[in-house]
Design a protein around this ligand. Structure first.
Ligand code: G3P
Ligand code: MG
Length: 239
């Protein structure tokens, strides 16, 4: 079973920062997940929330230019030793991660729906193509069906996954079928053994997010789950 460091290893360092990715690499993770949003001036950045309030800043990523966002301290909210961690552009993150990991799962946040057109679309596809050309394995995913379709249309060569929030439904399976997804990423809070059997019976890969309990990781492995996204469990502690 694959272990995927969720937002970098976000149980050990501030999520989606260089420190979180370094932590994951040092613990032996070969797979990592990150989230992508865009700045007001169309720069793709690695960030989970459009509203940075949780990190101590009263700003929206989508409303600010990169020159402003790049000055923000994204580490102190987590602990003083992480003071000075910065938001990363996707380009910079992929450059770092290409030297540290085998596979990067890029999650397109639902806020991007309807905003991934024109220069943004072009910039994102160029950056993904460049990373792929460097030999980095990429996996695209989104909770938003339209963004999974965007991936199918704009970077069909990259594998994609349907993200499920809440219980698995027939609609998720149909979306995976329609978009040629190779995987379904299931919500651990609702996940049952039969969901994994259903997904795998369709020839798809089943992964679960977010799994932080060793006993749960063991159960998922027994059920045939192919991978888990985790904030704290290291591959060395594999069940
Ligand atoms: O991609 C798996 C997981 O990251 C989805 O949820 O909210 O942590 O981005 P979230
Ligand atoms: Mg995510």
């Amino acid at each position: 079973m694959e272990f995927i460091a969720h937002r970098g290893l976000s149980g050990a360092a501030p999520e989606n920062t260089a420190a979180a990715f370094n932590e994951a690499a040092s613990l032996g993770f070969r797979n990592v997940e990150l989230d992508v949003l865009f700045t007001a001036d169309d720069v793709p950045v690695v960030c989970h929330d459009d509203d940075l309030n949780r990190f101590g800043h009263q700003v929206l990523v989508s409303q600010q230019p990169w020159t402003t966002l790049q000055t923000l301290d994204m580490g102190s909210w987590y602990g003083p030793s992480f003071h000075g961690e910065r938001l990363l552009t996707l380009d910079a993150a992929l450059d770092q991660l290409s030297r540290q990991f085998d596979c990067i799962n890029i999650e397109l946040k639902p806020e991007l729906n309807g905003h991934l057109t024109g220069p943004r679309s072009l910039r994102l596809t160029e950056q993904l193509a460049r990373a792929r050309a460097q030999g980095l394995a990429l996996l695209m995913s989104s909770f938003d069906p339209r963004l999974v379709s965007w991936c199918q249309q704009h970077c069909p060569e990259l594998p994609r996954a349907v993200l499920v929030e809440g219980p698995l439904t027939r609609a998720h399976e149909q979306l995976a079928d329609l978009t040629g997804a190779s995987a379904v990423h299931l919500d651990n809070d609702y996940l049952k053994a039969e969901d994994i059997s259903r997904i795998k019976a369709q020839g798809l890969t089943a992964r679960a997010y977010t799994v932080n309990e060793p006993a749960r990781a063991r159960a998922l492995k027994q059920w045939g789950c192919d991978g888990i996204f985790t904030d704290i469990l290291s591959p060395g502690s594999a069940p």
